[in-house]
Write a protein that binds this ligand. Structure first.
Ligand SMILES: [Zn+2]
Ligand SMILES: [Zn+2]
Length: 175
């Protein structure tokens, strides 16, 4: 299990994002959280879809791996994976790296006025969710658990930023 969590911004993300996330993630996982280097956007843009393939982001993050830390990448890029219209994030379980996309966490993406607190809450949920996968957790049927799968931003808003009792127990067993 990891000795720390490293937050890595891709170059399109402003630094204030990882600053607030750092504190929250340290609290949720009881681990030190550090900021890593800032990475350039990988060459993964699909001009037809106006989206980025997620795999090269995970590969870039993997290239930073040094020990048993977990690395969480953050990008503004709208990510997709083969067979899916979009993804909020993706975790490469065996590699210990994951990435989240901020693109669909803004209210303005849905034509609504921006809400800073709501946005931060969504970022935290997606970050905890992908890190939960790295800790070996699968999707949870409880819609209020952070490990519930988000098909849409509505699912993200319904779930909490924390683990249900069942996932909490699994998390303790796994770490
Ligand atoms: Zn998931
Ligand atoms: Zn759960």
């Amino acid at each position: 299990m990891p000795d720390k969590i490293v937050l890595v911004r891709f170059e399109d993300v402003v630094s204030s994002i990882s600053r607030s996330l750092k504190r929250e993630l340290a609290r949720v996982f009881s681990l030190p959280v550090e900021e890593g280097t800032v990475l350039p956007l990988p060459n993964a843009y699909d001009a037809n879809r106006h989206q980025y393939l997620s795999l090269p982001f995970l590969e870039s993050l993997l290239s930073l791996k040094q020990g048993k830390e977990f690395i969480l990448g953050i990008t503004e890029a709208d990510l997709y994976a083969p067979g899916l219209n979009f993804i909020f994030g993706e975790a490469a379980l065996m590699a210990g790296v994951a990435v989240i996309s901020l693109a669909r966490l803004y209210s303005s993406f849905y034509g609504l006025p921006e809400d800073e607190d709501l946005f931060k809450e969504r970022v935290l949920k997606e970050a905890v969710h992908e890190l939960g996968h790295l800790f070996g957790l699968k999707h949870c049927p409880n819609p209020h658990c952070v490990m519930h799968f988000s098909n849409s931003i509505n699912d993200t808003d319904v779930k909490a930023a924390s683990f249900c009792e069942v996932c909490k127990r699994k998390l303790r067993l796994n770490s």
